[in-house]
Design a protein around this ligand. Structure first.
Ligand code: CU
Length: 684
């Protein structure tokens, strides 16, 4: 192992945006004047320097070199905690908060904007917001369950699938002892549902109650060789809390518990088993509910429940349009031990895949590679789970559930809170791993960028450039000109010690180098995200620092400001235009596209829209299209392999010879299921 860029954070680092760039001509003069005025005490030198900086970052030459950031100010009453964000094929962005990571209880009548937002979970107030970046309009969306820290992905018909979320918040110092109750059922003929609050009585008479509904299956019947039938009790876990406060609820004696309210045979057949009841920290509990969000009807519809409750799962779209769910914390706050399941969008049902049992830490970055049944886990994850388990990157072969690790990743112990993304077109089969930090709440982090090419025999990581400082939670966004924007993040865990970095870089795959991008003014760390919009700009949202101050004394507030980055390519002249393009293409199809600038178009890309949370985005991918110039336009060819182009909506960008992208047109690829097909007056 080689540790190349280990950073240990020394509090407090500078928070003020840094100046850079060449000071030429009048700027030098302005600076000198500012300096002189400052020396004379005629004005505040810092204020003048800031004003000069403001002036500079708005000049055409600066924007052309580094791009530009614009803050979007949504009205206070519609702002939400952006835990998740997805680019929908209507052009709107769905921002999902759920309860938004706040449980603070607020006295009735004391609601201010801040306190209102800080009291979502307890009263069951869950929020999502649709934002239209073109009109600036916002629409609050009724949100039926707590999607806080769910998984999400886009489906072939353009719907967004969201699965899992929060059943219960963590409790670092529980007042009531608790533990996992295993409910046994020895009756092979009947299952039973116990509602939340069902009481269990322990051997010494202590009472415990369940914190969620639990569905208990019938016992299993197995025919034996001698003609008899063997009955095996079913076992279902549910969390219980002691009714008594403190030590009286504790026990380290394994025992059998009776279930209150049962009589006769039920009382014999149904009972609980528990190993210990403790006052230990209780982690977040996952949920098993799943919904699709229809971008046209603009509403959530419930679909089949997952087999497992999951908090922090990753959803990976597969070549056939199905979706695989991996990892997460279960209904008892414990990390799942590798249970994998697959969602079929046609039946809206999840199927457990015991043949694919494989353990990963939470929010594992698992990508569909260019080969069916071959997934790549980059090692990026969002924390939870032991430091020595499931942390190594590698290729997962779904045909036989084998996992082959890949070597040479630098700073392999600093992968928590890192970010991973495809580099340039997916046909290159190259993934980049950016930043990250040590396991848990530690100050170690890295600015390492490594890449790996997956379509060679025995893939291995190759060193790339380093970010200027250690960076947890970097957002990585693939751009239509094949570069990648890397923005935001913090040097320390959740922005501690005022360590939000306020920097951005652009990665150039051709030279394996970084160039400087303009500084974002809003810092972003935990619970933040960035995504490419069809106009070629990047929107950034969210951030959930632990503290607001460098001394780490003042509790952090959730960052609700939105900022949009306009890359340099949009300051380089007139954009090419797509005048006509088909709205639908099958794999292997050619598409006839017209553009007044057709002769100057050098590349065409299908960009899959992002569905991102916790800087984890296994959705975004850029697909290079074959390009032929014709008399009056372009003929573009779509790859035939569904592993390269999983079915769904894509943004079609044309890019000209100076690297300027068009505004994208939406193309639905590779599916016979069309959202439009079911709409009155619309063809399929
Ligand atoms: Cu989270």
């Amino acid at each position: 192992m080689t540790i190349t860029t280990l950073h240990v954070v020394q509090p407090p680092p500078p928070r003020r945006p840094k100046r850079r760039g060449k000071w030429r001509g009048k700027w030098r003069t302005l600076l000198i004047i500012a300096g002189v005025l400052s020396l004379l005490g005629a004005a505040n030198g810092e204020a003048i320097a800031a004003a000069v900086h403001q002036y500079e970052i708005n000049t055409a030459s600066y924007n052309s070199a580094y791009g530009h950031w614009d803050e979007i100010d949504l009205p206070n009453d519609v702002q939400v905690n952006a835990i998740h964000a997805a680019q929908l094929s209507t052009g709107k962005i769905l921002i999902v908060a759920g309860s938004g990571n706040d449980t603070t209880k607020v006295a009735p009548g004391a609601y201010t904007k801040t306190s209102y937002d800080a009291s979502m979970f307890a009263p069951g107030t869950f929020r999502s917001l649709l934002y239209d970046p073109v009109s600036g309009e916002t629409t609050p969306i009724e949100t039926p369950s707590d999607m806080f820290c769910a998984g999400q992905t886009m489906l072939p018909n353009g719907d967004m699938l969201v699965a899992g979320g929060t059943q219960r918040y963590e409790d670092l110092t529980p007042k009531h002892a608790g533990g996992v109750m295993t409910v046994k059922n020895e009756n092979p003929d009947n299952g039973i549902t116990f509602p939340k609050g069902t009481e269990f009585e322990g051997p010494t008479g202590q009472l415990y109650k369940t914190d969620s509904d639990v569905i208990v299956a019938p016992a299993a019947k197995t025919p034996q060789g001698d003609g008899s039938v063997k009955v095996t009790a079913s076992a279902t876990n549910v969390w219980v809390d002691a009714e008594a406060e403190g030590d009286p609820g504790k026990t380290d004696q394994p025992g059998q518990y009776t279930i209150k309210g049962l009589s006769g045979n039920d009382a014999k057949n149904l009972y609980g088993m528990n190993d210990a009841m403790t006052l230990d920290k209780h982690d977040f509990e996952g949920d098993n509910k799943a919904y699709v969000f229809d971008p046209i009807a603009e509403k959530y519809t419930r679909v089949g429940d997952m087999n497992e409750k999951r908090w922090y799962p990753t959803l990976t779209g597969l070549p056939n349009g199905e979706v695989m769910a991996t990892s997460g914390l279960d209904g008892n706050g414990r990390i799942l031990q590798g249970q994998t399941e697959v969602y079929d969008p046609a039946t809206k049902v999840w199927t457990a895949r015991e043949d694919l049992t494989r353990y990963f830490p939470t929010y594992p970055a698992i990508f569909q590679t260019g080969v069916a049944n071959r997934l790549f886990y980059s090692g990026s994850n969002a924390g939870y789970g032991p430091a020595d388990k499931g942390r190594d990157p590698g290729l997962w072969n779904l045909s036989n559930n084998t996992f082959t690790t890949v070597p040479d990743l630098r700073d392999p112990d600093l992968m928590e809170t890192s970010s991973s993304a495809w580099v340039g077109p997916v046909q290159n089969q190259t993934i980049m791993v950016v930043g990250g930090g040590g396991v848990g709440d530690v100050d170690t982090s890295t600015g390492r960028i490594d890449t790996i090419k997956l379509d060679v025999k025995d893939p291995y990581f190759t060193p790339g450039p380093s970010l200027p400082e250690g960076t947890r939670y970097p957002s990585v966004v693939t751009l239509p000109d094949d570069t990648s924007l890397i923005t935001g993040g913090s040097a320390a865990y959740r922005g501690k010690h005022g360590s939000d970095n306020h920097t951005a870089r652009i990665y150039h795959p051709g030279t394996n180098t970084l160039s400087v991008a303009a500084d974002p003014s809003v810092g972003r760390d935990y619970h933040s995200e960035a995504l490419l919009m069809p106009d070629g700009r990047v929107i950034t949202l969210g951030s959930n620092p632990l503290f607001n101050d460098q001394a780490d004394t003042e509790p952090g507030t959730f960052e609700q400001r939105i900022e949009i980055y306009t890359p340099p390519y949009l300051f380089h002249g007139a954009r090419p235009e797509i005048t006509q393009a088909p709205g639908f293409a099958q794999l292997g199809d050619t598409m006839v596209v017209t553009s007044p600038q057709a002769g100057d178009i050098v590349s065409a890309r299908l960009m899959r829209p992002s569905a991102v949370t916790h800087v984890t985005d296994v959705e975004q991918r850029s697909v290079a299209l074959g390009l032929t110039h014709t008399e009056d336009g372009l003929t573009l060819s779509v790859p035939a392999e569904p592993a390269l182009v999983p079915p769904g909506y894509y943004m079609l960008f044309l890019v000209d010879s100076t690297g300027i992208p068009s505004v994208a047109k939406w193309v639905q690829v590779g599916s016979t299921v069309s959202t439009m097909a079911g709409m009155p007056g619309m063809g399929g």
